[in-house]
Design a protein around this ligand. Structure first.
Ligand code: AHM
Ligand code: MG
Length: 336
């Protein structure tokens, strides 16, 4: 039965999304086209990341190589690739990137209905030691395509129409939700296609792992400190949780999604809004968690209810398994 070792029905990401979109009579295929441009960006970054050490792509932005050409840092290069891929899709009208101070308004001739907020290469401080890094994106619809404004971007996360991330790790994995649950696709490098490998991901209701930068503990508020204390010294004879922290959000969230548990970047006395950015870090990951049956909380409210005031706004976030996030919600409620 050697032949059976090969799967012959390959569910590519494009086919999967076309199937999903066909449920909506108003669908014009725009989303599928947008997504295929995002996928192209991910493939490019995946290939660049895997060659980073060899190609000496890691140099500082602005440095020149032996040929006298300007070398680009991987995050700068990734941003350029994504901006060009998104604009050329003809389906976007506003882009917000972690790398760009200002939002990009696409000119009318190539304008579409979608807004994309993205971090082209998150966790880039991990590039030099080969740790997994990723791209994160959240997608919205503009109200009036002929008159896009920043208010279209400053919407609560619950208005997103899709969100996802691509992790550049031991394999290249794209996790996506279009509001119908969460699916994971793995890049088959020989085919150059993302194949559905993790259909309908559901996060375990309760996990055994907590993930946080404990180096910040001296500045935490009481609820966060208490939660972590309970992870280590649980009451009622429960087992302590394991600590895992990569320091690369995509990798930490990916593990949380598959194995369960909680990932947190809380507020602390030095950073009252935490570190992670609302539009392209907190919102997309919170959306995926909810779609997988988990929760995401800011310390005050459901993360997806937050309405950002500026495009690079930050927020504390606690996300993961339903029960684990419930525990920290209760601690914050008690602290009020
Ligand atoms: P970056 O956008 O500057 O790369 O920072 C975001 C990263 C996340 O990937 C990760 O979750 C977090 O920073 C880790 O921060 P810290 O080093 O403070 O624990
Ligand atoms: Mg980032």
């Amino acid at each position: 039965h050697a032949a059976e070792a090969y799967r012959t029905d390959l569910m590519t990401i494009t086919r999967h999304v076309l199937n999903e979109q066909s449920k909506y009579p108003e669908s014009r295929g725009d989303f599928t086209i947008l997504l295929s441009h995002i996928v192209l960006g991910c493939k490019f970054v995946c290939s660049a990341v895997s060659k980073a050490g060899l190609a000496k792509l890691i140099g500082l932005a602005g440095e020149t190589n032996v040929q006298g050409e300007e070398q680009k840092k991987l995050d700068v290069l990734s941003n350029e690739v994504f901006v060009k891929a998104l604009v050329s899709s003809g389906r976007t009208c506003i882009l917000v990137s972690e790398e760009d101070e200002e939002a990009t308004f696409v000119e009318p001739s190539t304008r579409g209905r979608y807004i994309v907020a993205f971090d082209p290469l998150d966790g880039s401080s991990n590039i030099d030691c080969g740790v997994s890094i990723g791209t994160i994106f959240g997608i919205y619809l503009v109200k009036d395509k002929d008159n896009p404004t920043l208010d279209d971007v400053l919407q609560p996360g619950k208005h997103m129409v899709a969100a996802g991330y691509c992790m550049y790790g031991s394999s290249c994995t794209l996790v996506l939700s279009t509001g119908n649950g969460v699916n994971g696709f793995t890049l088959d490098p020989s085919l150059g296609e993302f194949i559905l490998t993790h259909p309908d991901i559901k996060i375990p209701k309760k996990g055994k792992i907590y993930s946080v930068n404990e180096g910040n503990a001296k500045n935490w508020d009481e609820a966060t400190a208490k939660y972590v204390e309970n992870c280590k010294f649980p009451k009622d004879g429960l087992s302590p949780k394991s600590l895992r922290y990569i320091g690369s959000m995509v990798a930490d969230v990916h593990r949380t999604l598959l194995y369960g548990g909680i990932f947190m970047y809380p507020a602390d006395k030095k950073s009252p809004n935490g570190k992670l950015r609302v539009l392209y870090e907190v919102f997309p990951m919170s959306y995926l968690m909810e779609q997988a049956g988990g929760q995401a909380f800011t310390g005050k409210q459901r993360a997806l209810d937050l309405v950002p005031n500026k495009i690079h706004e930050r927020s504390p976030v606690f996300l993961g398994s339903y029960d684990d996030v419930q525990d920290i919600k209760e601690l914050y409620a008690a602290a009020e």
